[in-house]
Ligand binder design. Structure first.
Ligand SMILES: *Cc1c(COP(=O)(O)O)cnc(C)c1O
Length: 370
């Protein structure tokens, strides 16, 4: 009899469902014998512009140094982020993507017997990092697909150490305004760490969303997480960051792997921060693409959830799995969200004008077939 290594895993891990990523282009090409060049992928909220040329140049400049370990303290990137965000470098934690930051929080602050509060339809990584350390996830029912912050406050108990909130949220695109955040922060117990996940904030700046940084000085229990994966177009490099009180940053830096952000990512992120033009173009393409998709959905008689991200969840009012299958057959990859409790929806990342048009045309044909 060999050992049952599933039964030997800690109980939280045994019950974990692994994260389901968007289908890679090459995988679909292999499965259906399609030309990868003809496939449109709107499934992982990636930036459709390709990386910033400045980031690419910085990466090339760094290649000869690959024999060396990266700067484990990320001095230069931290310096620039601190300057940009109006905080001290001691308040910055760098991560291998912002998912790494979420995991550091869980490892530092959660354990069996403790819990984290998050919303129904919230980002899938919150339950994963929570369960992975043996803590309990308390899922609070959403309101109109968005976070019900009142109910989340009510769910906090003596064993709660972390509350995860995403603004805007993925996969719903829902958001809350500055007053809602201010009221929430004022009422969360001081010992509970609020992780405000702002992965899409660059798409929404100045757009009725609060800037989490405005609250850092007042709330030592606030951590704002951000990423270079979305508007900065560097998802493949894996680099994100947390901004918090010095004490929380110090704790996270204790559990972090010494070289969690690689040298190419450090260099590219510094360069991307300086490329204001690229960021503005990302925002412009996203705004235009959002309107294009909304217009297309309206024409097809479909409902959607208004979104402040670089994606939109569209509702077919029936099981969306067959529609997803038909889109895949035609070489269009979007994201099913049944795993998020939204089986009648598909989440579509905003692409270029041409990609959006291709998706809408294929969708029209799929729906016409019934
Ligand atoms: C994409 C995303 C992230 C960022 O992931 P990275 O690890 O930085 O690539 C974080 N939170 C949410 C809600 C996201 O959708």
């Amino acid at each position: 009899m060999s050992c049952d290594f599933l039964a030997l895993a800690q109980p939280g891990v045994q019950k974990l469902s692994p994260y389901v990523p968007g289908k890679p282009v090459d995988e679909l090409a292999r499965e259906l014998n399609l030309d990868p060049a003809g496939i449109v992928k709107l499934a992982s909220n990636e930036n459709p512009l390709g990386p910033s040329p400045k980031a690419l140049e910085a990466i090339r400049g760094e290649l000869a140094e690959l024999t060396r370990y990266p700067d484990g303290n990320g001095f230069e990137l931290k310096r620039r982020l601190a300057e940009r965000c109006g905080v001290s470098t001691a308040q910055v934690t760098l991560g291998n993507g912002s998912n790494d930051i979420l995991e550091l929080v869980a490892r530092a602050y959660l354990a069996p017997g403790l819990n984290a509060v998050f919303s129904e339809h919230a980002f899938a990584v919150y339950p994963i990092v929570t369960q992975a350390v043996g803590a309990q996830g308390k899922v609070v029912p959403a309101r109109d697909y968005g976070h019900d912050l009142e109910a989340m406050l009510a769910a906090i108990d003596e064993q709660t150490r972390v509350v995860f909130v995403a603004n805007p949220n993925n996969p719903t695109g829902t958001w809350f305004g500055p007053q809602t955040l201010a009221d929430f922060l004022a009422r969360v117990p001081e010992r509970v760490l609020v992780v405000l996940d702002e992965a899409y904030i660059e798409y929404a700046e100045g757009d009725e969303l609060p800037d989490g940084l405005d609250y850092l000085a007042q709330y030592p229990n606030l951590l704002v997480s951000r990423t270079f994966s979305k508007a900065y177009g560097l998802a493949g490099l894996r680099v994100g960051y947390g901004l918090s009180s010095v004490q929380v940053a110090d704790v996270l830096n204790r559990v972090r792997q010494p070289f969690n952000v690689n040298s190419l990512a450090l260099a590219a992120a510094c360069a991307a921060l300086d490329d204001a033009e690229y960021l503005a173009e990302s925002r412009r393409v996203n705004d235009a693409g959002m309107l294009q998709l909304e217009e297309g959905f309206r024409g097809l008689g479909l409902k959607w959830i208004p979104s402040k991200g670089n994606f939109i969840a569209v509702d077919f009012g029936r099981d969306a799995a067959p529609i997803n299958q038909a889109l895949l057959q035609a070489g269009v990859i979007v994201r099913p969200v049944a795993g998020y409790g939204m089986p009648t929806f598909l989440r579509v990342s905003i692409g270029t004008q041409a990609e959006n048009a291709r998706f809408l045309e294929v969708l029209r044909q799929v729906l016409a077939r019934g």
